[in-house]
Design a protein around this ligand. Structure first.
Ligand SMILES: Cc1cc2nc3c(=O)[nH]c(=O)nc-3n(C[C@H](O)[C@H](O)[C@H](O)COP(=O)(O)O)c2cc1C
Length: 236
């Protein structure tokens, strides 16, 4: 184990693939959106980020077209320009939600979101995920799914690759309401779409706990809407 995670259960190699399933699942379940535990004092070498992008480029893409692009933003003044747009949208959103929620888990996410509002410009690297072309019209559902489905899997792969290297990141979209302004700041042409901004830094501490999630059987249907998948042994 590289980071002493108590969630680790070593030694369950899949007989055919050779993957250590416990390790693979640990990566998938403990890759969290990291905000408060971003180490703002430690620079992230470009090579680390490029490695994560190399991994991300293996995510599926419609038509196998490599139309995704990335930008690393570490210039302080540029980060500040982005942070201002991020705060303008995020602060009122989170304030509204913190008044509305009684749920402790939701409250923790909101508090963590507020931390990022205050510190976005201090995060060592902002990684912007981009796609060439503009999205199809909203009513073209299939085309929209294919458009975003060709770039967002790479974002998650990036986060997984980063986590495996001790880097935390958080999926953010608040600044996108000011996408055109930010494009202007970064010299991005109007034919290109920003899909997600990932603040990236080494994380502090060693462990992450998986969030509680509903079990697969509760959210999976067999052959027909709402028809359950039979419990083991019940299949005829
Ligand atoms: C599409 C999308 C957009 C999100 N936008 C933001 C954002 O702008 N700011 C933010 O702090 N978190 C954002 N999040 C993170 C979520 O608010 C939430 O923290 C996260 O899904 C909880 O996941 P975790 O269990 O992995 O920590 C976004 C997540 C997704 C998937």
């Amino acid at each position: 184990m590289t980071d002493n995670d108590p969630n680790s259960t070593p030694g369950t190699r899949h007989p055919r693939t050779g993957f250590d399933l416990a390790e693979a699942d640990r990566l998938l379940k403990t890759t969290k959106q990291v905000r408060r535990r971003l180490d703002l004092s430690r620079a992230v070498p470009h090579d680390e980020i490029l490695e994560c992008i190399d991994v991300a480029s293996h995510a599926p893409m419609g038509g196998n077209l490599e139309r995704n692009r990335w930008m690393i933003i570490e210039d302080p003044a540029t980060k500040q320009e982005i942070a201002e747009r991020y705060v303008a949208v995020g602060a009122p959103y989170l304030d509204g939600h913190s008044q509305a929620t009684q749920d402790q888990r939701a409250e923790r996410v909101i508090e963590s979101g507020k931390f990022l509002i205050e510190h976005l410009a201090d995060v060592p690297a902002l990684v912007l995920a981009l796609r060439l072309d503009r999205p199809p019209p909203a009513e073209a559902l299939g085309a929209t799914a294919a458009y975003y489905g060709s770039v967002l899997p790479g974002v998650w792969s990036f986060q997984l690759a980063a986590r495996a290297r001790g880097l935390g990141s958080a999926w953010t979209t608040f600044h996108l309401e000011h996408e055109a302004d930010v494009a202007d700041v970064l010299g991005i042409p109007p034919t290109v779409t920003q899909v997600c901004l990932l603040p990236v830094a080494y994380y502090t501490g060693d462990t992450f706990s998986p969030a509680p999630r509903r079990p697969a059987r509760e959210v999976t249907y067999l052959n027909r809407w709402k028809q359950p998948v039979e419990p083991p042994g019940d299949a005829t």
